[in-house]
Design a protein around this ligand. Structure first.
Ligand code: ADP
Length: 225
């Protein structure tokens, strides 16, 4: 009973996943966040990962597979994960299926956010991430305010891979390696495609409507915003 949020860099997967985590009894796994945590540890592996991310390439599958394995082992994550930015190629998609199957779990839904590349590049250039609480904001379209964010503005940071050159490379990698896995999920009748160019709140409502049939097993903490 897990959900995958799918889409190109900057499509808004993280923002929507954070909203779902706030409202439902669900846990987010973002491989991007897991990798950045590894970088912050200052380990050798972390600096290897940083070099790859700053070039806009994909981190090797074995590193990702180990990170996911560790998470899936935890009882806390059983049957209620929202995956953000993972899987990113067909081998990762198959590896995830294998790992879930071993634990008698499965993917229930894949929600794909479709966006216009040019617009999204602008969005990414405005992205700010809070280094204290991890929430994402945007200096053009989703400002951090006292109403939506409790931390000081001082903690808002730009990501080192959110520059024009790296973003272009990330899109090439997405189109070549990540986009083709949509077909893998389409064939399994798991795919739901939505317009990711709408306003954050209306995209969220669409996502909630798609999830509704499986919401029974999630504890709904708050009603719609
Ligand atoms: P975005 O959605 O904007 O691309 P992420 O935080 O999801 O941002 O990913 C940032 C970078 O981390 C990617 O460009 C890639 O280098 C690396 N990364 C994240 N997830 C994966 C993954 N599943 N496999 C390989 N590399 C990954």
């Amino acid at each position: 009973m897990h959900i995958i949020l799918f889409g190109p860099p900057g499509a808004g997967k993280g923002t929507q996943a954070d909203n779902l985590v706030k409202d439902l009894n669900i846990i987010k796994i973002s491989t991007g966040d897991l990798l950045r945590t590894e970088i912050e540890k200052g380990s050798n592996l972390g600096s290897e990962i940083k070099e790859i991310i700053d070039k806009g390439q994909l981190v090797p599958n074995n590193i990702i597979s180990n990170l996911i394995k560790l998470k899936l082992k935890s009882q806390n994550y059983r049957k209620r994960i929202i995956f953000d930015g993972y899987p990113r190629n067909i081998l990762q998609a198959k590896d995830l299926d294998d790992q879930l199957l071993k634990n008698k779990q499965n993917i229930s839904l894949v929600i794909s956010l479709h966006v216009n590349e040019k617009v999204v590049i602008k969005r990414i250039l405005g992205r700010q991430v809070c280094s204290k609480c991890g929430l994402t904001f945007n200096e053009f379209s989703n400002l951090s305010t006292k109403n939506n964010h409790n931390c000081d503005k001082f903690f808002l940071k730009k990501r080192s891979d959110d520059n024009e050159k790296t973003i272009k490379k990330r899109f090439v990698v997405y189109n070549q390696e990540t986009f083709p896995i949509l077909n893998y999920y389409r064939k399994q009748n798991l795919l739901h495609e939505i317009d990711g160019m709408k306003e954050i709140g209306s995209i969220y409502k669409e996502i909630r409507a798609i999830i509704r049939p499986i919401e029974g097993w999630l504890y709904i903490a708050y009603s719609y915003k």
